[in-house]
Design a protein around this ligand. Structure first.
Ligand code: GDD
Ligand code: MG
Length: 366
């Protein structure tokens, strides 16, 4: 039986306020929660049992899957106190059902959107008789990731999580957050304390000369942990730049059947429009996620942004790379710049914020 563990206990701090009430893997991308895309991909790869390693807002995962009736067993390993990525893997290992010490166990970070062939990694792992196989990818700026140089045979030479200096950036090859563990290696991780698989387990296994291999691919790959990566990942799923068994056919925009879109509005770039949203005349929504019951008034422009459910955007306002928390209101003629995050329930009056050369309005009587 092929089994997998998904690490979903993180707080998703870089995605606040979206993650204030919803764990990152349960956020909606391309019409389904992200974790459902991952589950569907695991099932396609022949996985029959998944253990969720949960901690932050743990009960919401059981709620999400309470009516799940497909051919996949799901277990929950709840950490009262977060055990770190390594501790979480070991703790979830208690719930695995296979009893072979050599069985290959897939382990996934809960925020990775990737086109890699999971079954192919397991096959490679077994053919090399590896202790651990790591999926690796190359990125232009590796500083936010785990650096993993390998030799010509793919053997991992070292593992350095989040290098601090440019001298430490010895490679652009990084840990892609998907592993295959030999079961006995996973069982040897301490479970009674916090352990980082990146800072402790992998460096120790490499130093001890264990068979740790990398599998570097050029498949589509993205960590959805930041707002911009999150909107781009969602748009890429909708537009078919990366496949998911849950996305039938690529399209320019995924619009819920209950949403009302004015015929003069342009919704493009793989944007998603949620249920009961109302998009007004001449509105532009590009590469963005518009949540349920959101209203966008005439002439507003929303680029590479997320507007969470039950919020409203006033006429002629412009948003670029912005996250708007739920139940918020952005009045008319605002111009919200990149990296701005609006807390849930906030209200910005009309003409309250501008960043372009146009002077801000004077709204007081002198
Ligand atoms: N159960 C549990 N318990 N899960 C956790 C815990 C914990 O204590 N801490 C983190 N996680 C989960 C998160 O929910 C996420 O799915 C995964 O572990 C990785 O955590 P992130 O916070 O997303 O880490 P990162 O993106 O900074 O770095 C990781 O991913 C990179 C690839 O995207 C590392 O694995 C890097 O080495 C890697 O390059
Ligand atoms: Mg991450």
């Amino acid at each position: 039986m092929q089994e997998a563990i998904i690490l979903v206990g993180g707080k998703g701090t870089r995605l606040r306020p979206l993650t204030n009430h919803t764990p990152k893997p349960l956020l909606n991308v391309a019409g389904s929660s992200f974790i459902r895309h991952q589950i569907a991909k695991l099932m396609d790869a022949g996985v029959e049992h998944v253990v969720f390693a949960t901690s932050y807002l743990a009960s919401l995962f059981e709620e999400e899957f309470k009516d799940f009736s497909q051919d996949l067993a799901i277990s929950y390993a709840v950490e009262e106190v977060p055990l770190g990525t390594g501790g979480a893997i070991r703790n979830a290992g208690r719930l695995l059902r296979g009893d072979s010490a050599d069985a290959p166990v897939l382990v996934l970070n809960g925020d990775i959107l990737s086109g890699v062939d999971l079954g192919g990694i397991v096959e490679l792992h077994e053919s090399r008789e590896a202790d651990v196989t790591l999926h690796l990818t190359r990125v232009p700026d590796p500083r936010a990731f785990g650096l993993v140089p390998t030799d010509e045979a793919g053997r991992v030479l070292s593992f350095l999580e989040k290098p601090k200096t440019t001298e430490e950036c010895v490679t652009d090859q990084i840990n892609a957050g998907c592993y295959v563990f030999r079961r006995s290696v996973l069982d040897a991780i301490p479970a009674d304390r916090e352990v980082s698989v990146e800072q402790e387990t992998f460096p120790q296994l490499v130093a001890a000369g264990r068979r740790v291999f990398g599998h570097t691919t050029e498949d589509y790959w993205r960590d959805l942990g930041t707002p911009l990566a999150f909107v781009h990942g969602s748009a890429d799923l909708v537009a078919g730049k990366v496949a998911s068994p849950l996305v039938d056919r690529p399209t320019d925009a995924l619009i819920h059947p209950t949403a009302v879109i004015d015929p003069t509005a342009r919704v493009t770039g793989g944007s998603t429009i949620g249920p009961h949203a109302v998009i007004g005349a001449r509105v532009v929504v590009n590469r963005s996620i518009i949540g349920g019951s959101v209203t966008v008034a005439e002439g507003a422009q929303i680029h590479e942004s997320v507007v969470d459910h039950d919020s409203s955007i006033g006429s002629e306002s412009i948003l670029r790379e912005v996250v708007v928390g739920c139940h918020s209101h952005v009045g008319a003629q605002n111009e919200l710049p990149a990296q701005l995050r609006l807390s849930c329930g906030i209200r910005i009056p009309a003409q309250g914020v501008r960043v372009s050369g146009t002077a801000a309005a004077c709204l007081t009587a002198h």
